[in-house]
Design a protein. Structure first.
Length: 142
């Protein structure tokens, strides 16, 4: 893998197809994963900018979906402390999503599939395998 090509987030073809449908209705999109009580561990899809992010959030990366603007994926910083060693893939399955996420009325829901990052990926991302998250003032962990 070429330098700079290591990422923390990805998307399945099925989830990308649903994002294109949602974008036709709602415009540019974003994801946020809080791990809170109401949304559990499901990634929440919003119109870009509708969910306000702040110092308590980190940018995991941007999804490249054909035909769409890059789709940023944010996570609560405290949640990232637990997930910092994983690669997250946004997928979609049949079922009812959260009422706040844009896919809820479609009969589908987004979910996260994860795998451990390799030591090579962690090194390329500038993180030690102990899960360090980098500089305190850097909200982007791309």
């Amino acid at each position: 893998m070429a330098a700079g090509s290591h990422r923390r987030v990805g998307i399945t073809d099925a989830a990308a197809a649903l994002l294109r449908e949602l974008a036709r209705v709602h415009g540019p999109l974003m994801f946020h994963q809080s791990g809170g009580c109401c949304d559990g561990s499901s990634p929440m899809c919003y119109p870009a900018g509708e969910f306000l992010v702040g110092d308590a959030d980190v940018l995991l990366g941007e999804l490249a979906v054909d035909g769409l603007d890059p789709v940023p994926v944010w996570m609560a910083r405290d949640q990232f402390a637990y997930w910092s060693h994983t690669f997250l893939t946004i997928d979609v399955v049949p079922g009812r999503g959260s009422g706040f996420s844009l896919e809820a009325p479609t009969g589908n829901r987004f979910l996260i599939r994860s795998r451990l990052l390799t030591d090579e990926e962690l090194t390329a991302l500038g993180r030690a395998s102990d899960g360090g998250t980098g500089r305190e003032d850097d909200r982007s962990i791309l």
